[in-house]
Design a binder for this molecule. Structure first.
Ligand code: HPA
Length: 271
């Protein structure tokens, strides 16, 4: 049973790290370097955690790193799972269930995304205010996990407003420019078409990407506080003359990593 797998993974992690953990962090494409600033890290390979998936995407490692940043104990996923890799939504979000089972109350989830709104250009950091998810299967589909949350969960404040305000204050302190926007999930792995981008722009999408939303929904199900941070790596399809490719995404992410690490460190300090 899925629930038994979750608890088996939790028990294994607890056998490697016994203390309470304040914040879980999921790192997106090219955003791995945050894991390098973790003090006194305990590294756990995904392959050693019972039932944990392993990532298949270049630029996504496969380690859970637990330690200290900014005075907080963090469990950092270096490497995450995507629906497009072939995992079902329960497998994609299993780590979040495990974090919740470990008693972790806060989640910071990061991603690389395409900018849809006119002012969202490559290099821009955006705090996610809300999301569009109706074209994806829900990770909550199937028997409800009553240990975690209710069958029908409110999704009004998925990206916790207090954490969003805090992130803006932290960004000011470290002089990093941040904006706010609505993230729209696409299943991928192909990039969107220009027609899709035009359609979803009219529906209120500011950014598009292939991650984050499944994790956020599952974290919200068990009342974790969530902060979503997007890095715009490219203009979305049809909005620039560049052909989209993963290398461009990785390069843009790498060149912003220093700012992003500075911001997340400050946020952790302020939480
Ligand atoms: N679309 C979807 N996912 C992405 C993009 C994009 O343009 N850029 C980075 N991840």
């Amino acid at each position: 049973m899925y629930i038994d797998e979750i608890y088996a993974a939790r028990d294994y992690i607890q056998s490697r790290y016994k203390n309470p953990i304040d914040v879980a962090i999921v790192l997106g494409s090219g955003l791995g370097p945050l894991a390098d600033v973790i003090n006194e890290p305990v590294e756990i390979d995904y392959k050693d955690i019972p039932y944990f998936p392993v990532s298949t995407v270049p630029g996504h490692a496969g380690k859970l790193i637990i330690g200290e940043i900014g005075g907080k104990t963090v469990a950092c996923m270096k490497g995450r799972f995507h629906f497009y890799e072939g995992y079902d939504m329960q497998k994609v979000t299993m780590p979040i269930r495990v974090f919740s089972a470990l008693g972790i109350k806060n989640l910071i989830v990061t991603n690389a995304c395409g900018g849809v709104r006119d002012d969202l250009n490559p290099g821009q950091i955006v705090i996610i205010s809300d999301h569009l998810s109706f074209m994806m299967p829900s990770p909550l589909r199937g028997p409800n996990l009553d240990d975690f949350g209710p069958r029908f969960k409110d999704m009004t404040d998925v990206y916790t407003s207090t954490l969003r305000s805090l992130a803006f204050e932290s960004a000011k302190k470290v002089n990093v420019d941040v904006k706010e926007g609505v993230y729209c999930f696409f299943k991928g792995p192909q990039f969107e078409t220009p027609a899709e981008i035009r359609a979803f722009k009219t529906l209120g999408a500011d950014m598009v990407g292939m991650s984050t939303v499944p994790e956020a929904i599952v974290a919200r199900h068990s009342d974790m506080k969530i902060l979503g941070i997007s890095l715009v790596t490219n203009k979305a399809a049809g909005l620039s003359s560049n052909e989209l490719n993963h290398i461009e995404v990785m390069e843009a992410a790498n060149s912003a990593e220093e700012r992003l690490v500075k911001l997340v460190k400050q946020i952790l300090e302020d939480m």
